[in-house]
Design a binder for this molecule. Structure first.
Ligand code: KIV
Ligand code: ZN
Length: 390
C-alpha cells in the first residue's frame, strides 16, 4: 500500500531569506524557486509581498515560472497585505494566501493590546477576505507553541468555518518539547470541529535545536504539512531543515509517511542555496554537511570499507552525494590507506602496505589531512610505482 503523503512547504525564500546577510535578488530567487519546483516541494512560500517592492516583484516573477508547486505569499491579518498578496500571486497556477495573527497571551497582550475575542474576529475577517481572492487560504496562529490549547482550538475552528484550508501551528520561538508539540497537534485533531476539512501544518523554529524533532512529532500526531527550509536557514537559529525531515520519513518506513521530494537533488540544492545566500553549511550538518558521509577514525573506516552500512544509515547516492569519503588522518588504519591508495592507482601488497603505512604516519603527524597528492608523494618516497593510469 502506498504511504500517506506529507506536504513539503518550503519557506527558504521567505522565512529563510529573513536571515541577516542572506538577502537575494529576484534573479537569484527565480533560480532557487525553479530548483525547488524540480525538487518536488508542494508549496513554495515566495515572499511577503507587502514588505517591499522587491519582494512583491519576486513573488510576481516566481508565480509566473513555477510549474507544479503551489505559490504562496505571506500576509498579516491586514486587508491591504491581503490585497497586495493577491495581486502578486495573480499569475500563479496554484496561488495560496498565508495569513494569520499572534494567538499566545504574550502576543495578544503586548503586540496587539487586544482581547482573545478581538483576535478571533481579526483572524476570521482576514481569512474570509483572503478567500474572496483565492480558494487556497492558509492561516497561521503565530506563537501557537506558547498558546493555550483550548484557545488555539477555538481560533482554528473559527478560521476553518471562515474558509481556511490549511492551519499552520507555528512554534515561533522554538520553545516546545517534541512530546508537547505532538500533543498540541493531537489536541487540535481531537477537539476542532471541521478539522477533517483542513490540513494541519508544522512550522517549527530551532531555538533549542528541536525544530526537526517537533515537526516529526507533529506528523506522527496527524499533521500533514511541514514548513521547512533548505539547510534549515531562518530567523535566529533557523527553521526545520527540509533535507532532515524528508530523509527521516524515508529512512523510517514504519511511520508509513513519505513526501514527493526527489531526494537525489538534496545535496546540489543545498549547495546552490548556500552559495547564493553566502551562508556556509556547517560541516557536521545532518544529510548535506561536508562530513555527513565522511569517515575518519580507523575503526569506522575499516567497517565502512567492508560494508558501507556498518556506519551509514543512508546511501549517499540517495541524497545526491557521489560516495562516502574515507578521510586520511593520523587516526586512519591500513585498510583506509590501501583503499585510498588503490583509488589513485596503487595496488599494494601486504608487505608494501606495512612499509608505506609507516611513511604515511610520519606525513599524517605533520598534516591534518592526507590528500591524493600526498599519497603520490608517500609512494614516491617508498619507491612504489603506480599500477595503472587513473
Ligand atoms: O514563525 C512564525 O510564526 C512564522 C509565521 C509568520 C508563519 O514564520
Ligand atoms: Zn517562522
Amino acid at each position: 500500500m502506498s504511504k500517506e503523503k506529507v506536504q513539503i512547504f518550503d519557506t527558504t525564500l521567505r522565512d529563510g531569506e529573513q536571515v541577516p546577510g542572506c538577502k537575494l535578488n529576484t534573479k537569484q530567487k527565480l533560480v532557487i524557486a525553479e530548483r525547488l519546483d524540480e525538487l518536488g516541494v508542494d508549496v513554495i512560500e515566495a515572499g511577503f509581498p507587502i514588505s517591499s517592492p522587491g519582494d512583491f516583484t519576486s513573488v510576481v516573477e516566481i508565480a509566473k515560472i513555477v510549474k507544479n508547486a503551489t505559490v504562496c505569499g505571506l500576509t498579516r491579518a491586514v486587508k491591504k497585505d491581503i490585497e497586495v498578496a493577491a495581486e502578486a500571486l495573480k499569475f500563479a497556477k496554484r496561488p495560496r494566501i498565508h495569513t494569520g495573527i499572534g494567538t499566545s497571551d504574550s502576543h495578544i497582550t503586548h503586540k496587539f493590546k487586544a482581547t482573545r475575542e478581538e483576535i478571533i474576529e481579526r483572524a476570521v475577517t482576514a481569512v474570509a477576505y483572503a478567500k474572496t481572492f483565492v480558494d487556497d487560504v492558509e492561516f497561521y496562529a503565530e506563537d501557537a507553541g506558547r498558546t493555550d490549547n483550548d484557545f488555539l482550538a477555538q481560533v482554528c475552528e473559527a478560521v476553518i468555518a471562515a474558509g481556511a484550508t490549511v492551519l499552520n501551528i507555528p512554534d515561533t520561538t522554538g520553545y516546545c518539547l517534541p512530546e508537547e508539540y505532538g500533543a498540541k497537534i493531537k489536541y487540535l485533531k481531537d477537539h476542532v470541529k471541521g478539522i477533517e476539512n483542513a490540513i494541519l501544518s508544522c512550522h517549527c523554529h530551532n531555538d533549542l535545536g528541536l525544530a526537526t524533532a517537533n515537526s516529526i512529532s507533529g506528523v506522527i500526531n496527524g499533521a500533514r504539512q511541514i514548513e521547512c527550509t533548505i539547510n534549515g536557514i531562518g530567523e535566529r537559529a533557523g527553521n526545520t531543515s527540509l533535507e532532515e525531515v524528508v530523509m527521516i520519513l524515508r529512512q523510517h518506513p514504519t511511520l508509513d509517511l513519505d513526501t514527493n521530494i526527489n531526494s537525489r537533488l538534496l545535496y546540489s540544492t543545498s549547495r546552490m542555496v548556500s552559495e547564493s545566500m553566502g551562508m556556509p553549511v556547517q560541516p557536521n550538518k545532518a544529510i548535506i554537511g561536508a562530513n555527513a558521509f565522511a569517515h575518519s577514525s580507523g575503526i569506522h573506516q575499516d567497517g565502512v570499507i567492508k560494508n558501507r552500512e556498518t556506519y551509514e544509515i543512508i546511501d549517499p547516492a540517495d541524497v545526491g552525494v557521489t560516495e562516502s569519503a574515507i578521510v586520511l588522518t593520523a587516526r586512519s588504519g591500513r585498510a583506509a590507506l590501501a583503499y585510498r591508495a588503490k583509488k589513485v592507482g596503487y595496488e599494494l601488497t601486504k608487505l608494501q602496505l606495512d612499509d608505506v603505512y609507516q611513511e604515511f604516519l610520519k606525513f599524517a603527524d605533520r598534516k591534518k589531512e592526507i590528500l591524493d597528492q600526498d599519497i603520490h608523494e608517500i609512494m614516491h618516497v617508498c619507491k612504489i610505482a603506480e599500477a595503472r593510469a587513473v
